[in-house]
Every structure is written in C-alpha cells, then in structure tokens.
Design a protein around this ligand. Structure first.
Ligand SMILES: [Zn+2]
Length: 164
C-alpha cells in the first residue's frame, strides 16, 4: 500500500509474472526511475516475453539502470519485447543497445488523423514494417474512419527498425 508524501522506493513500478506454454511472461508497469527494482533481469532464463505497454515513463536514471540490467541478462535467456511503449521507443532510437540481444516484436506509435485531428496510440508489429522504406505507418481513425498517419517523423521514430 502506498501513501502520499515522501517515497523511499519506487512503489509506482511493478512486475507481474505468469507462465504460459513454456514461455515466461513479465508485465512491467509504472515508472522506471532510480528506485525501480530491475534485478529480475539477472535471473531470466529460457523463453521470456517482456510486456512493456504499461511503462508510463522512464527517466535518465532509469535508462542507466535498464541498460545495466539488460546487459546482465544471462545469454541463455531468449528475450522478446512486446508492446513497447512510446517513451521506450524513443529511448531505443537514441540508444543502440537499449534492448541488448533481445528482439522487439511490437511497439506503440502516436498516430494523428489527417481529417479530424484526433490522436491515438496504435500497436504495430515489427514484422509488418519490414521490407518497405519508407514504411508509411497507417491506421484508421477511431472517430471518423479516415486515415491516420504517424504523428512524428518516421525516419526518426522508426530508426530502430534497422537494428532488427
Ligand atoms: Zn478522424
């Protein structure tokens, strides 16, 4: 239980685990900062799927912790990252090693409607973005059905694709 006021640890960060047909699923949520406990990364083994859609924010201390953690993942672990949140996509575009040896399967992108101006986040699969350059991310507006386009510079937002 958390109470308002000073915090001495990151009670805004949590990892939920479950296992399904031999694959370990880790659901990360909240804020990755200097108080986030990422020690679970040191103990990963086998097939692991890390869900990152609920990570709200990462700060510069968190980025350092994360990179150290990812580097310490045992080489025997086969890690796939899914649902990568927008804040983490931005980090992996800046930091080549952000996910180490792991593979990114899907990621969120900020989309904007060309017709009504609505913005929303949409999940895309890396495999679907392969093979065309520019990718031309597209989705359908939830409000007016018109075409939505990436609300960012594609060359920058999808720079990470070159690494996968
Ligand atoms: Zn629209």
């Amino acid at each position: 239980m958390s109470h308002a006021g000073s915090r001495h640890e990151n009670d805004g960060f949590s990892v939920e685990r479950h296992e399904r047909s031999g694959v370990k699923h880790l659901h990360l949520s909240g804020i990755i900062d200097e108080f986030a406990d990422l020690s679970f990364l040191l103990h990963l083994e086998g097939e692991v799927m890390v869900h990152l859609g609920e990570v709200r924010r990462i700060n510069s201390f968190g980025v350092r912790l994360w990179i150290d953690g990812v580097r310490a993942i045992p080489p025997e672990a086969n890690v796939v990252y899914v649902d990568v949140a927008v804040s983490l996509v931005e980090q992996m575009n800046m930091i080549h090693d952000f996910f180490g040896r792991g593979r990114v399967e899907s990621f969120w992108a900020p989309m904007a409607c060309s017709s009504c101006g609505r913005t929303e986040k949409v999940l895309f699969r890396v495999a679907d973005c392969k093979g065309s350059d520019p990718v031309g991310l597209e989705s359908q507006c939830g409000a007016c059905d018109a075409k939505m386009e990436l609300d960012d510079i594609e060359e920058q937002y999808l720079a990470f694709l070159k690494d996968f």
